[in-house]
Structures are given as structure tokens and as C-alpha cells.
Design a binder for this molecule. Structure first.
Ligand code: ATP
Ligand code: MG
Length: 425
């Protein structure tokens, strides 16, 4: 037998049965971001390695352990993008987007690559949708970004989510925060993992994000970061929290939430799901006021988030009402070959109205049509046989409760509108 090939470890095929979820998430994101006046940007899948070393920070898990880095035939050091913010900021600077308007609101969607230990909800190639608002330092910008995430997940019908928020301070108060942390962590340093020890001096905040269970146990009783914030950061945080509270968004403050990338300043937040198991984070984001200048652009405040499509799909698949969300399948069943032409005409009308229809002209008896409709998970079967042709009707059968009713041939679109709402076309 010839050799069989499989996907590389940590990657997967997204099969046709899963694709409706992907389309649903992608198209809902695009239209919702449009409502907030965001525009899409597409950057290359690979970038110069230095961009990530400098942008994400060299003391992060991503840069230390997880990058897919290679040298091309021209001896360039390149890396498959592990995240979308650094490339977007690179594009923002390179294309002088800052010169066109004071605020740029951009989103992206596509594959990311991290050499991680694969497990449920954690892949080596995964997909993110992310938004970045550049040029707005006001707390309302943080609040709008968080609100947009919550709005999107509400729209998608993802339940069981909660928002966690924190502030990690700015260039002024960060050294104070780090000093306090070091005093506390220093007491137990010998019990913490190698990574934590290495990061103690240069990036003590990173230690709060360590996933090691033993390290986590030594973090109980940690001083609340927020007590060390400067006035401006405290004000900023209180405004952000006040704005989202006003919108009725439920959130918790978690003083240990620092997130895995070095570039964050002030606000950090996460949206977690109770349906994802160990990999419970669906969405992560925050403010990163220093990144644009660090990557060679003019000093520009920024805030954004990214969420994982695979994890959003996992939650959707758990929800029983997801069927309501994807365009339901209608099955057209001509009973007898003579009816095929008329059915072809009808499905054309229905598709043009934006509904999804399968016309099965290879079968001509009702029983095998119904069997096939079941197999395809159709929600509705439109039956058109000799009797219906004589009476100018269509027999409509709901597959969920097996109820049937007769509808005038020319009134099928009105019936579908009442049944499913407007078509998606
Ligand atoms: P985690 O704590 O799960 O490792 P993270 O903090 O590394 O997440 P970010 O870099 O902020 O995550 O990315 C934002 C989102 O992208 C995550 O909340 C998650 O939904 C998704 N994500 C991150 N890494 C992976 C991965 N390896 N596989 C699938 N999805 C991922
Ligand atoms: Mg991670």
C-alpha cells in the first residue's frame, strides 16, 4: 500500500461540515465591526523575525519558545506570524496610515502559528480575528473595544461568557508595581519554575501569567497591582470600568491579569467561556501605548483585542440553538420526473431570495426523498408531485415536528419569510 499522509501535529483540516460555523463567525464579525466604523487590513503570513522579537518582547513564551522561524534562500530570518498586532502596527507605520487620520480603526482575520503543546482548543496553526484602535488615548476607546467584543459574542449567541479586566500601569507606575511584586515573589523565588526565575529581574510581571500550577500557588496573597497605579492610570481604569458598567456589561476585576505579551500598558482584559475546559480564554486584549513608537512610528496610543475562531466554533457547537443561526437547508422534492422543471424554477426563485436549497432531481419517490432530506439535516421539505401540480400548490413538511401544510405555489417566498425571516442572500 502506498504511503498515507496526515496533517502536521497541531494542525487540522476544517471540513465542510464545520465551515458554516466559520462563515457565520467571519461574516458576523465583519458586519459588526463595520457598525463601529472599522476597516479590514491584510498583512503577510510571514514577517521579519525581528518584528516579533521587538514587538512582542523577547521574554515572552511566544518569542522564547513558540515561533516558527526559518531562513529563506536569500538568508533572511523570517517567522510565521504568531499574532496579528505587531504585523498590523508594522503596516500602520510602513504605510503612514497615521498621517491619513488621527484615529485608525482596523481589523484582521487569518491564521496564526505557535509551536505549543497541542490539546483541545490549542493548535499550532489557529485562526484569530482581531481589532485595533490606533490614535485614541481616551478610556472611552478601551471601553468601546471591550463593548464591541461583548456585542459580537452576544450577536453570535455565545452564552456563558464573562469579562475580566485589570490595569498593568504605564511607564511611570510600572517600575513601582514591579518593585512591589519582586518583594513579594522574591520570598518564594527558589520554589518557582525556571522561566519565572529567569524573568524575575527583567520582567517580573510575566510571572503572574505563568501557567505552572506550582508557581500559581505561590501567588496567593499577592499585593493588588492597582494600589500601585499612578493617578492617571487609576483615573483611566475607573473611567473604563464606569463606561462598560454603564452599558450593563458584567465584568470582574482580576488584579493578576497581565496577559502573555510584553506590550500592554494600562487596560488588559480577557473574555473567558465556561464551555471551553482548560483553554477557557476566548478573547484577550488591552491597551498598548508604547508599541507603535517602539516599532519606529510616531508615539501613538492603541487598544485592541483578538479572539480565537477555533474556540468560538467549539462554543457554538456546544450550543443546541446554533441551528437557528446558520441558514437552514430547504430540500426540494419533485415527485415524478415530470415535475423537475417546475421545481427547478421554484428553487431558482428561492435561492435568489437568499435561502439555501437542495434540489434532488435524481430521486422521484417521496420515501427516498424524505430519507435523503433527513440525511442532509434539512429543516423543510418542499414536496411537488402530480396532485400539487394539478392544484397549483406545494406541500411543505417541517422536518423538526413532521407537520405538513399546503402552500400556494406562488406564495412560497412569503411562507419562507414567515418561517425563517429574510433570506441571507
Ligand atoms: P492562552 O492563555 O489560551 O494561551 P493567549 O493569552 O496566548 O491564550 P492571545 O495571544 O491573547 O492568547 O490570543 C487571543 C486568543 O487567541 C485566545 O484567547 C485564544 O482564543 C486564541 N488562541 C491563542 N493561542 C491559541 C492556540 N494555540 N490555539 C487556538 N487558539 C489560540
Ligand atoms: Mg498562549
Amino acid at each position: 500500500m502506498s504511503q498515507k499522509y496526515t496533517v502536521p501535529r497541531g494542525t487540522k483540516d476544517i471540513l465542510p461540515s464545520e465551515i458554516p460555523f466559520w462563515h457565520y463567525i467571519e461574516s458576523s464579525s465583519r458586519s459588526l465591526f463595520g457598525l463601529y466604523n472599522y476597516q479590514e487590513i491584510r498583512t503577510p503570513i510571514f514577517e521579519h523575525t525581528e518584528l516579533f522579537e521587538r514587538g512582542i518582547g523577547d521574554a515572552t513564551d511566544i518569542v522564547e519558545k513558540e515561533m516558527y522561524t526559518f531562513t529563506d534562500k536569500g538568508n533572511r530570518r523570517l517567522t510565521l506570524r504568531p499574532e496579528g498586532t505587531a504585523p498590523l502596527v508594522r503596516a500602520y507605520v510602513q504605510n503612514s496610515i497615521y498621517a491619513k487620520s488621527k484615529v485608525a480603526k482596523l481589523y484582521y482575520c487569518g491564521p496564526m502559528f505557535r509551536y505549543e503543546r497541542p490539546q483541545s482548543g490549542r493548535y499550532r496553526q489557529f485562526h484569530q480575528i482581531g481589532v485595533e484602535c490606533l490614535g485614541n488615548a481616551l478610556p472611552i476607546a478601551d471601553a468601546e473595544v471591550i463593548a464591541m467584543g461583548v456585542h459580537l459574542f452576544d450577536e453570535l449567541g455565545l452564552s456563558g461568557l464573562s469579562v475580566t479586566i485589570n490595569s498593568v500601569g504605564c511607564a511611570v507606575c510600572r517600575p513601582v508595581i514591579e518593585e512591589r511584586l519582586k518583594q513579594f515573589i522574591g520570598m518564594n523565588l527558589e520554589n518557582l519554575c525556571e522561566d519565572c526565575n529567569r524573568r524575575f529581574d527583567s520582567r517580573p510581571l510575566r510571572i503572574l501569567d505563568c501557567k505552572n500550577v506550582t508557581c500559581k500557588t505561590y501567588m496567593t496573597g499577592l499585593p493588588d497591582i492597582r494600589n500601585s497605579l499612578c493617578h492617571e492610570c487609576t483615573d483611566h481604569f475607573n473611567y473604563v470600568v464606569g463606561y462598560i458598567d454603564n452599558l450593563g456589561i458584567r465584568f470582574q476585576i482580576n488584579p493578576q491579569l497581565v496577559r502573555g505579551l510584553d506590550y500592554y500598558t494600562r487596560t488588559t482584559f480577557e473574555i473567558v467561556s465556561d464551555q471551553l475546559g482548560a483553554q477557557n480564554a476566548l478573547c484577550g486584549g488591552g491597551r498598548y501605548d508604547g508599541l507603535v513608537s517602539q516599532l519606529g512610528g510616531p508615539a501613538t496610543p492603541a487598544v485592541g483585542f483578538a479572539f480565537g475562531i477555533e474556540r468560538a466554533v467549539m462554543i457554538l457547537q456546544e450550543l443546541s440553538d446554533y441551528h437557528q443561526k446558520v441558514n437552514p437547508l430547504i430540500y426540494m422534492a419533485p415527485v415524478g420526473f415530470d415535475q423537475v422543471a417546475k421545481c427547478f424554477l421554484l428553487v431558482d426563485r428561492i435561492r435568489r431570495a437568499g435561502y439555501r436549497v437542495e434540489l434532488e432531481a435524481g430521486k422521484t419517490d417521496l420515501k427516498s426523498h424524505l430519507k435523503q432530506a433527513d440525511k442532509l439535516d434539512a429543516r423543510l421539505v418542499l414536496i411537488y408531485g402530480e396532485t400539487e401540480a394539478e392544484q397549483g400548490n406545494i406541500l411543505v413538511r417541517r422536518m423538526t415536528d413532521r407537520t405538513q401544510e399546503s402552500v400556494d405555489f406562488d406564495a412560497v417566498l412569503e411562507f419562507l419569510l414567515a418561517e425563517f425571516g429574510p433570506g441571507h442572500g
